[in-house]
Ligand binder design. Structure first.
Ligand SMILES: Cc1cc2nc3c(=O)[nH]c(=O)nc-3n(C[C@H](O)[C@H](O)[C@H](O)COP(=O)(O)OP(=O)(O)OC[C@H]3O[C@@H](n4cnc5c(N)ncnc54)[C@H](O)[C@@H]3O)c2cc1C
Length: 407
């Protein structure tokens, strides 16, 4: 796609869950934005995504929850099974809504709710600079063109160029990787509507029904030696599945092994898990001028409580709510040098970051501790993590009761 140098009001970099949710939240408030997505199609890699009660509240605000509810069964609760002692632990969702969606359903529903022309595919931002005359941000695109925007929101994931521009430190890898995929049961599965996690010595397998005929599964592996290099993560689904089967064959129940053996090959993928440490989220500046970040670009976290995506949707609601008054007030202002609009947008983004910060510190602390407990961290560190978990997160579903409020 050929794009000339142009001027935009609001540019959102990245068309993943958070970028699309942010564009939709702004649209619902009456503001137009443009989503710049580097891929030639909207990506939905990673199979399934669990959305808990807090995420459904945010999706309700965006007006897409009822459509999405039709695509996935409600989950009644979770059960953890420990292979070393055969013990089981039931986790109640306390009546809160939980469903495992196909990521593609979530992405498509968000995208289809946006006005035509909002999303530009094949449009990669390679850097952000400040215009020397106006101090507004300018996006350099991979095709050599530039976009001057009044407002830039970076929803461009873990390797965010927008976060780089703001000065946010790069995220860090856990010593864990996750393989995930779908298995179709044409005659229906008989797993009920429960999230089951089987915990072995070095691997954990999770199984989540999406609907009567479809199950999403994941395997979390510890990584060691050569595998520790994140660039060595395989992209070949057949290799990934073979390697996964080898590593679980001896230890895990045959029902779990069969589920992975019979999975849809094209749905199988692997990812190295990453995080931003809670202490960085506590002190990091997430705004520069009229530029901010949201979603994984701001707060990538381990998937152990299934909250990263939902937290990005919450960000979207809070950004739109905080930004709307500044945008409404400055709607008719023309492009000019440093003006009141930039100050007001900056203040709105500060309000957004302030509102989100402690919520994100808590989520990232919980997931950081759970990550340290799952990876090979040494017994002393694990003991400390267990104490902190018991002290800070004894109510294991508290994070799902959070309400990000009205749009
Ligand atoms: C294994 C695993 C399981 C998970 N399970 C859950 C779960 O059950 N529940 C949950 O809520 N969360 C879960 N998460 C977290 C969730 O997947 C992420 O938090 C969420 O996908 C992040 O969305 P995002 O839009 O911020 O980033 P991304 O999904 O990474 O999207 C970023 C988008 O930006 C585009 N992009 C990147 N750079 C540029 C650029 N320079 N220019 C233009 N476009 C660009 C990318 O192509 C991409 O489309 C899980 C994560 C993992 C790894």
């Amino acid at each position: 796609m050929e794009i000339g140098d142009e001027e935009l009001g609001i540019a959102i970099v990245g068309g993943g869950i958070c970028g699309l949710a942010t564009a939709l939240a702004l649209h619902r408030k009456g503001f137009t934005s443009v989503v710049l997505e580097r891929s030639e199609s909207l990506r939905a890699t990673g199979g399934g995504i669990t959305i808990r009660a807090n995420g459904w509240r945010a999706l309700d605000e965006l007006g897409v929850a009822s459509k999405l509810r039709q695509t996935a069964l409600p989950l009644q609760g979770a059960r953890d099974i420990y292979l070393h002692n055969g013990k089981q632990q039931k986790i109640s969702y306390g009546g809160g809504e939980a469903r495992c969606l196909k990521r593609s359903d979530l992405i498509t529903t968000l995208a289809e709710s946006l006005p035509v022309g909002t999303i530009r595919l094949g449009c990669q931002a390679i850097s952000v600079k400040l215009d020397s005359l106006t101090s507004y941000p300018t996006l350099q695109l991979h095709n050599g063109s530039t976009i001057k925007a009044k407002v830039v929101i970076g929803c461009d994931g873990t390797k965010s160029v927008v976060a780089d521009f703001i000065g946010v430190k790069p995220s860090k890898p856990f010593m864990l990787s996750e393989v995930r995929g779908f298995t179709v049961y044409a005659d229906g599965h008989n797993f009920g509507n429960e999230f089951v996690q089987v915990k072995g010595d070095k691997n954990t397998i999770g199984r989540l029904p999406v609907h009567e005929n479809l199950v999403y599964w994941f395997v979390t592996h510890q990584v060691h030696g050569r595998q520790a290099d994140p660039s060595k993560v395989s992209k070949d689904p057949e290799l990934i599945r073979q390697f996964t089967l080898q590593s679980i064959l001896e230890e895990f129940p045959s029902e779990m092994v069969d589920m992975i053996r019979k999975s849809e090959l094209e749905s199988v993928s692997q990812v190295r898990l990453r995080y931003r440490p809670p202490w960085e989220i506590l002190v990091q500046n997430f705004r520069k001028g009229s530029v901010t970040v949201a979603g994984d670009a701001m707060h990538v976290m381990g998937p152990f409580i299934g909250q990263g995506g939902a937290a990005g949707i919450e960000d979207a609601i809070v950004i739109a709510r905080s930004l709307a008054p500044a945008l409404a007030k400055n709607h008719y202002k023309k492009w000019s040098g440093r003006n009141g609009m930039m100050v007001e947008v900056g203040e709105a983004f500060d309000k957004y970051v302030k509102e989100r910060r402690m919520r994100l510190v808590m989520l990232s602390t919980q997931t950081y501790l759970l990550g340290l407990l799952q990876q090979d961290s040494g017994s002393m560190l694990k003991f400390v993590c267990l104490i902190l978990m018991a002290t800070l997160f004894s109510d294991v579903i508290r994070h799902t009761r959070y309400d990000c409020g009205r749009l």
